[in-house]
Unconditional design. Structure first.
Length: 172
């Protein structure tokens, strides 16, 4: 905590106010309003908070919506919307999942929408998966349909029913 001051040493030049030069003011370097020095960079200026964890002793009924990351280790009856959603091995989700990244280790009963969807070997999914990229490990159980879309997070993109081509005859 104690350090030798270099103000009175030969070669050290204080600025006009009598304070040491900017590189010597290390405590000020940690202030957010301090001028950036050439070699100092804060380790994490806006650290991302850790994922919210819903522990295995919970039974939750209702929807979850966040822009952050969520790890579900419990039973959830409702829809979940998140940035990164990880469903633990012992977890069960009954509802729609919408997330940028989805990692499923547990059981899902409902639709999954994600830019990146990953079903691990312990995953059990009963429902449709709408994705941009998907990975299904050997051993995963999946019952439903898979559809690739450029924008799977947009719920309206897959909601339009397909129309018949004009002039196509229907057989009776």
């Amino acid at each position: 905590m104690f350090s030798k001051s270099k103000i009175n040493e030969p070669g050290a030049k204080p600025d006009e106010a009598g304070k040491p030069a900017a590189p010597e003011r290390k405590p000020d370097a940690y202030k957010s309003d301090a001028a950036p020095s050439g070699d100092f960079k804060p380790s994490t200026p806006k650290a991302k908070p850790p994922a919210s964890v819903l522990s295995s002793d919970l039974h939750m009924t209702g929807n979850i919506k966040t822009t952050g990351d969520v790890q579900v280790d419990c039973t959830v009856e409702g829809d979940i919307r998140a940035h990164l959603l990880t469903v633990g091995e012992g977890a069960t989700v009954r509802g729609e999942i919408i997330a940028d990244d989805v990692v499923i280790n547990g059981r899902i009963v409902g639709r999954v929408r994600g830019l990146k969807v990953r079903l691990t070997s312990t995953a059990r999914v009963e429902g449709d998966i709408i994705h941009k990229t998907i990975a299904i490990e050997s051993g995963a159980h999946f019952e439903g349909s898979v559809q690739r879309q450029d924008d799977p997070l947009n719920a309206k993109a897959g909601a339009k029913p397909q129309q018949q081509a004009p002039g196509a005859a229907q057989k009776a």
